[in-house]
Design a protein around this ligand. Structure first.
Ligand SMILES: Cc1cc2nc3c(=O)[nH]c(=O)nc-3n(C[C@H](O)[C@H](O)[C@H](O)COP(=O)(O)OP(=O)(O)OC[C@H]3O[C@@H](n4cnc5c(N)ncnc54)[C@H](O)[C@@H]3O)c2cc1C
Length: 509
């Protein structure tokens, strides 16, 4: 470590960590990225549904417990590039009103400490970096954009095109879903039919590793330590500044010192690191004078819907080309029942078996072949009692108490009715819970008020000037759209700000 002697330590190489590293690379600062996982191996099992869903080959072996003390193996993936190695590539901007305080039936969706306009240039930059494909102007709720998408939208395959027509006939406005896939004549996407929840061994998926980290590592001043797990951060005597990270690497416990620390271990793990860094002066953990760290865990309300066509074999290879936002601000006469509808990746037999082991394999495979798959997503309003706890024995408790479920259910009922109207005689639904914390956010929230938030609008800890948190933990609210582009945009914004001032900044001294 003496040879590296970093100026900046970044914990985690997911979207947040890689985006901030991308902005800081070449600034003259020596950057060390500490990543718990290894590189994801490129192997045939990447796209093998049995390996991924039945054998859970890539899922962490860590076991967590819920509020009742029941143990579960969470849908967490620890690899260089973070969760985007498995993500579905839907790259949405949040809407203008998602940044405002909104009243919900079941609580308040708090405002963000900045408006959409502040993030717009960084959304543009993030779309460019990830190579997002989309078509501006079709989505009725689309926020103001300063330009077109960097690449043309991915065209629908025939079944999705027919569905889009059917939905239009219902008076809806289906639009081309923005997606980060290297698709097209010279693109690397082979339309293998596995994408969402699988890793791509052809690097066709615009993930944090391929699009942000790899180019960043070309800078001589940026070093990645893989398989290096940060256990806690260590503050100085008076608890003001962070002086070191305690790292488990190759069976050894090391201390890595630096003037500046940027935490981006994912919403749940960043909260755990802060909570585990408690000292006798700060028994509540770091950055936690307000008591919010680990609280307000959100994950979106996500329901998968399988529209079954008994006489049609769905041969679509890449279905994730369509989305519907007509109900983003509410159903007619029921403004609180709202959300986004988007295509899911192909649901196959092994995926069905992993959730419903009681269904015979042959039936699961049949359903997989005959289904067209959708995702209904609603905002998960923040609840102080939804929390992550670092247990004294080293264990992890996730006590999730979601709000707004009734509203989500009404929305899903409406989506189901709509799908029947476009011709599916049967629609099967399944709600994903916190055992799949795929859209986890909110555990280290930003805000103006240091008594009610951990971070300021630039993700700097209110109580430690040399600590930043740039993963989805900073979200004050979750909106009802996929989170990755917003994590990237804010981390790019934070990185730009740090880059402009790091040399003379008192943070570093
Ligand atoms: C199956 C699936 C599908 C998804 N589909 C979409 C989609 O289509 N669109 C979308 O916008 N979002 C999607 N998401 C969500 C999206 O992937 C996440 O919102 C995003 O990746 C979060 O980025 P992050 O930087 O906050 O955290 P992460 O991606 O979780 O990155 C955190 C990093 O920190 C590392 N780490 C953890 N603990 C430690 C530690 N103690 N020390 C060192 N390193 C550590 C992890 O290994 C990881 O690399 C999906 C997620 C999943 C799982």
């Amino acid at each position: 470590m003496t040879e590296i002697n970093p100026d900046i330590v970044i914990v985690g190489s997911g979207v947040g960590g890689s985006a901030v590293a991308h902005q800081l690379a070449g600034s003259g600062a020596r950057i060390l990225i500490l990543e718990r996982g290894d590189f994801l191996p490129k192997e045939p099992q990447n796209s093998d549904a049995d390996a991924v869903f039945i054998q859970s080959r890539y899922r962490t072996k860590d076991i967590w417990q819920d509020s009742e003390g029941c143990h579960f193996r969470p849908g967490q993936y620890y690899f260089v590039g973070g969760h985007t190695k498995f993500y579905g590539t839907a790259m949405f901007r949040f809407r203008e009103r998602d940044f405002d305080e909104n009243q919900l039936d079941d609580g308040i969706s708090p405002g963000w400490p900045f408006s959409y306009d502040e993030l717009e240039p960084y959304y543009t930059m993030a779309e460019e970096l990830f190579g997002v494909r989309g078509q501006a102007g079709d989505d009725p709720t689309e926020p103001v954009r300063s330009g077109a998408y960097p690449h043309a939208a991915i065209p629908h395959e025939p079944i999705i095109a027919n569905l889009a027509n059917g939905l239009s006939r219902q008076g809806l406005h289906p639009f081309k879903m923005p997606s980060a896939i290297d698709f097209g004549t010279n693109g690397t996407c082979r339309r293998c039919g596995t994408c969402d929840a699988f890793a791509c061994r052809f690097d066709a998926k615009g993930d944090a590793e391929t699009k942000l980290l790899r180019p960043t590592l070309r800078h001589a001043d940026v070093t990645l330590w893989k398989s290096a797990q940060v256990m806690r951060l260590i503050p100085d005597e008076n608890g003001q500044r962070i002086v070191a990270a305690e790292v488990l690497r190759g069976g050894e416990r090391l201390r890595v010192k630096a003037p500046l620390f940027i935490l981006s271990a994912g919403a749940i793990n960043s909260a755990l690191i802060l909570l585990r860094s408690k000292t006798h002066n700060m028994p509540e953990g770091l950055a936690n004078r307000s008591g919010v760290v680990g609280r307000y865990l959100m994950n979106h309300h996500l329901t998968g819907l399988m529209g079954i066509w008994p006489f049609t074999h769905n041969k679509t290879r890449f279905p994730k080309t369509m989305s519907v936002n007509d109900f983003y601000n509410g159903l007619p006469g029921d403004p609180m029942a709202r959300g986004n509808i988007q295509m899911l990746g192909n649901i196959s037999g092994p995926m069905i078996s992993s959730v419903f082991p009681q269904i015979p394999k042959v039936a699961a495979n049949w359903l997989g072949r005959h289904s067209v798959d959708f995702l209904a997503m609603s905002e998960d309003p923040p609840n102080r009692e939804s929390r992550v706890l670092a247990l004294e024995d080293g264990g992890v408790q996730v006590s999730y108490r979601p709000r707004g479920i009734k509203e989500h259910d009404r929305f899903v009922n409406h989506v189901k009715k709509t799908l029947r109207q476009v011709g599916f005689p049967m629609v099967i639904r399944h709600r994903f819970g916190i055992e799949s914390p795929s859209h986890q956010c909110g555990t280290v929230r930003m805000g103006y008020n240091p008594n009610k938030s951990a971070l300021n609008d630039l993700c700097q800890a209110h109580s430690h000037p040399n600590l930043f948190v740039v993963d989805a933990g900073f979200f004050p609210s979750s909106a009802a759209l996929n989170p990755a582009l917003t994590v990237a945009a804010q981390a790019l914004r934070v990185g730009a700000n740090l880059r402009s001032r790091w040399r003379n900044d008192m943070l570093m001294n």
